[in-house]
Design a protein around this ligand. Structure first.
Ligand code: SF4
Ligand code: SF4
Length: 220
């Protein structure tokens, strides 16, 4: 037997909901919520405000901040100048010039590798496209410059990253780098020293589970 569809009378529902009692109490319940939040703020129970830059929030381990070009064991760039990242980049902000690698087992290396940080939209597509774990991202957000030229990060700028002391690594294909390393990543001792310098709002484990290598000139 065919079922008869239930009829919903929206006018009746609207009349029921428009009762006088409801009209009086609805604003009061809103005010109650506002007042309770105000009291929580004044008594310090909830404080969304932090004293930046002395206090900083911790970003996700997969945060897409400024890029890092990784290195091989001998400190040379891991990049093989394959153009995969530049091809995938929607902002067209990666410039690569290749040259021959002295090792016959490695076809090419980058003679020039630049990222225009003003054009970059920090999407992470370059990291996804890279077959060599040669480009990863950090949690560095404070990218400032006095001139346009300084916003073009070259090979050296992208590889040597003392800023990682404060920010740590971000978006990367493997949590623990498999084939590569970064030129500076803090040791446990340096991390403790850093922790005294800035107050972190939440406990942040700086770059977990990674084999850190400190370059000679960065050793404290
Ligand atoms: S993060 Fe996105 S926009 Fe920036 S260089 Fe990589 S692919 Fe290009
Ligand atoms: S960073 Fe990776 S994807 Fe880009 S050119 Fe180098 S090896 Fe290729």
């Amino acid at each position: 037997m065919k079922k008869i569809a239930k009829t919903i009378n929206v006018s009746e529902i609207a009349e029921r909901e428009n009762s006088l009692v409801k009209e009086i109490f609805s604003p009061l319940s809103g005010m109650k919520l506002t007042m309770s939040r105000m009291v929580q703020n004044l008594t310090g129970q909830v404080s969304p405000t932090i004293n930046y830059p002395e206090e900083r929030r911790s970003y996700s381990d997969r945060y897409r901040g400024a890029h890092i070009l990784t290195a091989r064991e001998d400190g040379t760039p891991r990049c093989v100048a394959c153009y995969m990242c530049a091809t995938a980049c929607p902002a067209d902000c990666i410039y690569i010039e290749p040259k021959e690698h002295p090792d016959p087992h490695i076809e090419k290396q980058a003679a020039r590798f630049e990222i225009d940080m003003l054009r970059c939209v920090f999407c992470g597509f370059c990291v996804d496209a890279c077959p060599e774990e040669a480009i990863i991202m950090s949690r560095e957000t404070e990218i400032t410059a006095f001139s346009r030229g300084e916003t073009m990060w070259d090979l050296v700028r992208l590889m040597k990253r003392p800023e990682l002391k404060e920010f740590g690594m971000g978006y990367r294909p493997n949590e623990t780098l498999v084939d590569s390393q970064v030129m500076f990543v803090p040791t446990e001792k340096v991390q403790k020293k850093m922790a005294g310098r800035i107050t972190l709002k939440e406990d942040v484990e700086m770059i977990p589970n990674v084999t850190y290598k400190v370059q000679d000139d960065e050793k404290q």
